[in-house]
Design a protein around this ligand. Sequence first.
Ligand SMILES: [Zn+2]
Ligand SMILES: [Zn+2]
Length: 138
Amino acid sequence: MNEKIKKYKLLNIKLTPQRLAILDYLEGNRMHPSVEQIYKHVSRRFPSMSYATVYNVVNTLVKHKVVKELSIDPDKKRFDPDMHTHHHMVCIKCKKIMDIDIDYSLHVPEQVLEGFTLMGNHIEFYGICAQCRGKDKD
Ligand SMILES: [Zn+2]
Ligand SMILES: [Zn+2]
């Protein structure tokens, strides 16, 4: 049994070929795809797979903490298989999402926390990517 299958077995996810195709597509994927994009990709290999199936599988993966759900794109939810803490920047024109792997060590003063225990943070930067900026020039 390979490592990947072992990992998913631990999560108690029944591994159908369709689910494996989705997991394969997401593994190491840094595009932060939407369900539509995942569906477009896997339906090439599994034309009978429905959008609803892809949607359900992705949500199961989110529930099992295999994939993170991002709300940085206001148009649609995006998904990130990289579960370690990192930040994102999004292009407001093409909606490309890129990773920022910097620890900003943000400090929240005690009096603001009011006993709240901080567990993490996620910073969303937005702007215009190099490609889109290039397009603007001509
Ligand atoms: Zn862009
Ligand atoms: Zn990311």
